[in-house]
Design a protein around this ligand. Structure first.
Ligand SMILES: *Cc1c(COP(=O)(O)O)cnc(C)c1O
Length: 395
């Protein structure tokens, strides 16, 4: 074994022993609700494709038209040769949709969060972060060199105390939180966060990866749901938009600053124009077909009611979001439950540390507008049966 491999192999062995080893399953064909996974058919209940747009033929057609015109690659970063009229049009349409002056596209949501936090914060500044924030927010904030203050989940008093300390010290502070927490499905108290940041002269950044297209009267996300405006609104096009790529919305000054300073944007190849074309089509559908979101909300409601009727241990925190975790605590139990469901034809991946805190392993069930009532009821029955089987084997 090479020097490197002999350093790595024991770590892998340890992960296997602790039920924390991860493997991929490969999907053959489209990533919709009915899938073929590792050679077997199943119903998918663990994607982030909340509106069913990832396999919508209209998006594929829009991408193919753009592929014909523009080819595959963008050939460079946006500042050199990579910026296409498809990118420009998508930025303008997203800005109009979100009601903000400007939008900037990144190659992923991960790149957006890391690029923004490193550009906006530095030594001497304070970043105040919810403990359940997405990994990309944690990495970006830590890499910025700012003083990282982690606050207990949804602890408004904790945010207030940290913001007041920063204000007293005369330091620039930014409060950063997910709009919809990705593994728990609960919604941040944005009115309280906005009020606290205004009172203490701090900035507010919201990661709305799971709110965009889902929450708010017209799908503009958690900011629309609460009627507030964060200073920095970040989201991804890889979830409800069914495409790929990150976006940041904000003031003219913010976006121009990022164009000069966000290193993950400046030094990275612009996304393929065809992906921007597909995202434009997704946005057009979201705006013109509100019934899609209506179907999603009806499906969430059916799932939550059905779970309560069957006495299933769904989380109390998640109410009207498509993320519905079943927290089973032990990592091995989460894996076994996921396998039992797969046996019954339902795909729900087990989520274990470090994606979630230790002792909170779970099945993260996600609903989509593309599910039908029979699929949801089938999942609920399979979940009840699987939990019974697990309790018999290991009460
Ligand atoms: C998925 C996700 C991201 C990362 O976005 P990608 O486009 O997948 O890189 C960032 N924040 C949250 C909350 C997410 O769920």
């Amino acid at each position: 074994m090479s020097v490197l491999d002999s350093r790595l192999a024991p770590v892998l062995d340890d992960l296997r022993e602790r039920s924390l080893y991860r493997v991929r399953r490969s999907v053959d064909g489209a990533h919709g609700v009915q899938m073929r996974v590792d050679g077997r058919d199943c119903i998918n209940f663990c994607s982030n494709d909340y509106l069913g747009l990832a396999s919508d033929p209209r998006l594929a057609a829009a991408a193919m038209r753009a592929l014909d015109r523009s080819g595959t690659g963008s050939s460079g970063s946006a500042l050199i040769s990579g910026y296409n009229t498809e990118h420009r049009a998508l930025e303008e349409e997203l800005a109009a949709f979100l009601g903000r002056p400007r939008v900037l596209l990144f190659s992923s949501g991960w790149a957006a969060n890391v690029g923004v936090l490193k550009a906006l914060l530095g030594r001497g500044d304070v970043v105040i972060a919810d403990e359940l924030n997405h990994a990309s927010l944690i990495d970006g904030a830590r890499a910025s060199g700012a003083d990282y203050q982690r606050v207990a989940h949804a602890d408004v008093d904790g945010y207030r105390a940290a913001l007041q300390r920063a204000a007293l010290d005369g330091r620039f502070a930014m409060l950063v939180a997910d709009g919809v927490f990705s593994m728990d499905g609960d919604v941040a108290d944005l009115p309280a966060l906005r009020q606290l940041t205004h009172q203490t002269g701090a900035a507010l950044m919201i990661d709305d990866a799971h709110g965009l297209g889902v929450l708010g009267a017209t799908g503009r996300g958690s900011a629309e749901h609460f009627g507030i405006e964060p200073d920095v609104l970040m989201a991804t096009m890889g979830k409800s938009l069914g495409c790929a790529g990150g976006l940041v919305a904000g003031s003219e000054t913010l976006i121009e600053y990022l164009v000069q300073r966000a290193r993950t944007w400046v030094f990275s190849t612009a996304p393929p124009p065809a992906i921007a074309a597909a995202a434009r089509e997704a946005l057009r559908i979201i705006r013109s077909e509100p019934e899609l979101r209506g179907r999603l909300l009806a499906n969430i409601d059916r799932f939550v009611r059905g779970a309560r009727d069957r006495g299933l241990p769904i989380s109390e925190r998640a109410v009207a979001t498509p993320i519905q975790p079943v927290i089973v605590h032990e990592d091995a139990r989460a894996l076994r439950l996921s396998r039992e469901l797969m046996e019954r034809g339902y795909w729900v991946a087990a989520i274990r540390p470090p994606t979630v805190p230790r002792g909170t392993a779970r099945l993260r069930i996600t609903l989509s507008a593309a599910h039908d009532a029979a699929q949801i009821d089938g999942l609920l029955d399979a979940l009840a049966q699987s939990l019974t089987v697990l309790d018999q084997v290991n009460p």
